[in-house]
Ligand binder design. Structure first.
Ligand code: FNR
Length: 363
């Protein structure tokens, strides 16, 4: 299934180079499953295009000298305003799967959001983790099963829940349809009681996920679990305001990496009005299309407290296991440091709309 990765003589210096290495290493069907999106993939393209259009204002003679990337969120210290986005089946791209990812994240003090469809057990991941773990939760029709997952993650030591709210059904992912994509036999969501016949997240999602969730699910989660609950997949100020009313502990502006509604806006474009509606009442995170340190800075300047990074981490993992995933996070850390210094900021807390070229300059 996997060719030996070819990283070349010198380690990649850009996230795109990890993507190329992953593409060379992976079976084409798996590559398509990861990089693809819904429909004609407009939302995938929009996410990165929105970041590419951003221009930041360099500032000179600021006397800053050194940057500190760390932030405090949800009562935790994060090494930089970045978390690893939840993605199913890391064992599909590397035998160590999420254990390697979690170790890489630990090296940078950034949290990992572990997918409901992870390929390694919660307990294995807690044993490997040196930074916070959050459970990404899909709510099943079977609330007993959902509750068991939450209770197991809580008992294992997870720090929070990320409820994914943008999957009333799985998006129409045409690459997977055309490839008749099926998971390799040895790739399983080991934290779920699935039968031998399990072959794809798609089949499982259609039969098992609750397609008719409403806001009462947030109260229900609170009633069964003391951990903070974030809602992932919000794109409008109306839903953001509703999430705050429901006392969500945080919001993740996300279009699921363009894998759900192909007409969805770029997450960076959706962020400012969501942040305005939230008005500081809970942290606002963003994912989708973050491919460089400058994109992290741009997201924070548009109102995010932090970002999540998805596909690039899986590409690093596919290319070189823990070292590859850490390589991706290392590049982001170096690039963000560079952006802070070039724009005269000491820390992510200093990034606001004045970072954007053409905005009114700070005093
Ligand atoms: C995902 N995503 C996802 N989201 C989620 O809530 N639960 C999941 O199990 C998965 N699985 C998954 C698998 C793969 C292969 C991808 C690429 C994505 C969506 C993910 O959390 C995130 O929203 C996007 O990937 C972020 O966009 P970028 O960084 O990949 O552009």
């Amino acid at each position: 299934m996997r060719a030996e990765p070819k990283l070349g003589e010198t380690p990649p210096a850009l996230l795109a180079e990890y993507a190329e290495a992953a593409r060379a290493a992976l079976d084409p069907g798996i590559w398509d499953f990861i990089c693809g999106g819904a429909g004609d993939e407009r939302a995938v393209a929009r996410n990165t295009a929105a970041f590419e259009a951003v221009r930041l204002a360099p500032r000179v003679l600021t006397g800053v000298g050194a940057a500190d990337l760390s932030v405090r969120l949800f009562g935790q210290s994060w090494g930089m305003p970045v978390a690893v986005a939840p993605m199913a089946h890391h064992t599909m791209v590397h035998p160590e799967g999420e254990v390697a990812t979690v170790r890489a994240a630990g090296r940078f003090g950034v949290p990992t959001v572990v997918s409901t469809f992870a390929g390694r057990t919660f307990e294995e991941l807690v044993a490997a983790a040196t930074s916070p773990l959050w459970l990404q939760l899909y709510c099943f029709r079977d609330r007993g099963l959902t509750r068991e997952l939450v209770e197991r993650a809580t008992a294992a030591g997870f720090a929070g829940l990320v409820l994914t709210v943008d999957v009333p059904q799985l998006g129409r992912r045409l690459r997977d349809v055309r490839n008749a994509f099926r998971l390799p036999d040895d790739v399983r969501p080991v934290n779920l009681p699935v039968s031998e016949a399990y072959s794809s997240t798609d089949v499982h999602a259609r039969s098992d996920l609750d397609p008719a969730l409403d806001w009462s699910v947030v109260d229900w989660l609170r009633s069964i679990c003391p951990l903070p609950v974030l809602l992932k997949g919000i794109l409008t100020p109306a839903d953001a305001a509703r999430a705050v009313e429901a006392e969500a502990d945080g919001i993740i502006v996300s279009n699921h990496g363009g894998r759900q509604l192909d007409a969805a806006p770029a997450t960076l474009d959706a962020l400012p009005t969501v942040a305005e509606a939230v008005d500081g009442r809970c942290p606002v995170l963003l994912d989708g299309g973050v491919r460089a340190g400058r994109d992290i800075a741009a997201a924070v300047a548009h109102g995010a407290d932090a970002v999540l990074v998805g596909r690039p981490v899986l590409y690093g993992l596919a290319a070189a296991g823990e070292e590859g995933a850490a390589g991706v996070l290392g590049i982001l850390s170096e690039e963000l440091t560079d952006v802070l210094l070039q724009t005269g900021r000491r820390s992510p807390a200093d990034l606001d709309a004045s970072l954007l070229f053409g905005a009114a300059a700070p005093a």
